[in-house]
Design a protein around this ligand. Structure first.
Ligand code: BV8
Length: 254
């Protein structure tokens, strides 16, 4: 494990790996969207009306008070609507062109990776712009911000809609989880960017990559539980570090 603040301080063998790896995967968390203005979950900006995400992002909270949960999501969607990707998102979409085989796995539900041009992000926890009918299970896109009806209801059956998002205590989609585990198991290089490494099973992906002999590179403002697993940690904002990393290995930064 080595901790640095500048890409140029990385050991030559690490830079070599970043430059010449063929199969590369990346896991992102809320920190990647922070410089686009999206509040993180566990930072000082992570609160909403004194509620924490873990209290609202649960099926129990939705069953108890769907209006309260929808008001939280409506606040987040309305805040998100005018926001745009930052250079960290764009550098990651550039990596799809730079590496032979690149898989982006994200815990974020904000849709900013897609907006930055990442073609097939593996969205572990769903997408805040999608809604699911509680009765029929059908999924539709809805970008109204603020929402017109509160809580939103299904046009087909009139039943309650919920965010198409994985809440705490809910299982992740099997196929999505399989793609994420495969990306960690089969890569030679694994970036972990802007995540506190607290939420499971996402946080286990770095250890899976390391156990499969991948080189693990963490980018964060501060050390996390993943720092012990990483071959190198770069402390700094991802919107600055990611383009610098790409440039250092001959890629075409945004
Ligand atoms: C499940 C959607 C099976 C909501 C989210 C062990 C195994 C399995 C499960 C568990 C387990 N232990 C505990 C559990 C249960 C639980 C869990 O992990 N709890 C935690 C709190 C301990 N996991 C689950 O329930 C998962 N389900 O495993 O199913 C199961 C079923 C039943 C019972 C048990 C198991 C489902 C988890 C999904 C929850 N949904 N999101 C929504 O968004 O509305 S998780 C939520 O946290 C977000 O998706 C977020 O992305 C994610 C992780 O947070 P981070 O992204 O890391 O964000 P955070 O704010 O924490 O950190 C930001 C980081 O960025 C910081 O480190 C900061 O320093 C850094 N940063 C800030 N700015 C920058 C930066 N870095 C770089 N540049 C910057 N500029």
């Amino acid at each position: 494990m080595s901790i640095h603040t500048k890409v140029s301080d990385l050991a030559d063998n690490i830079l070599e790996k970043i430059k010449n790896s063929k199969r590369v995967s990346a896991l992102t968390g809320a920190g990647v969207s922070a410089e686009s203005g999206v509040p993180t979950f566990r930072g000082s900006d992570g609160l909403w009306n004194n509620y924490r995400a873990e209290e609202l992002a649960t099926p129990q909270a939705f069953k108890r008070d769907p209006n309260l949960v929808w008001r939280w999501y409506d606040w987040r969607r309305t805040l998100l609507a005018p926001l745009r990707p930052n250079d960290g998102h764009y550098a990651l979409s550039q990596m799809e062109k730079f590496y032979d085989d690149f898989t982006l796995v994200t815990q974020n539900v904000d849709g900013l990776h897609r907006m930055a041009g990442s073609k097939t992000p593996v969205e572990l926890h769903g997408n805040i712009w999608l809604m699911r009918c509680v009765s029929e299970g059908t999924v539709t896109e809805n970008r109204n911000a603020p929402l017109v009806a509160m809580p939103p209801v299904c046009n087909d059956c009139g039943g309650l809609l919920r965010p198409h998002i994985v809440w705490f205590g809910e299982s992740l989609d099997e196929d999505i989880l399989t793609r994420a585990f495969r990306a960690a198991e089969q890569c030679d290089l694994f970036f972990v960017i802007g995540t506190s490494g607290v939420v499971q099973p996402s946080a286990s992906l770095a250890s899976i990559a390391q156990q499969n002999s991948a080189t693990v590179i963490e980018i964060n403002l501060e050390p996390t539980p993943i720092t012990d697993v990483a071959d190198a940690t770069l402390l700094g904002p991802s919107a600055k570090i990611m383009p610098e990393l790409l440039e250092a290995v001959g890629g075409n930064p945004p």
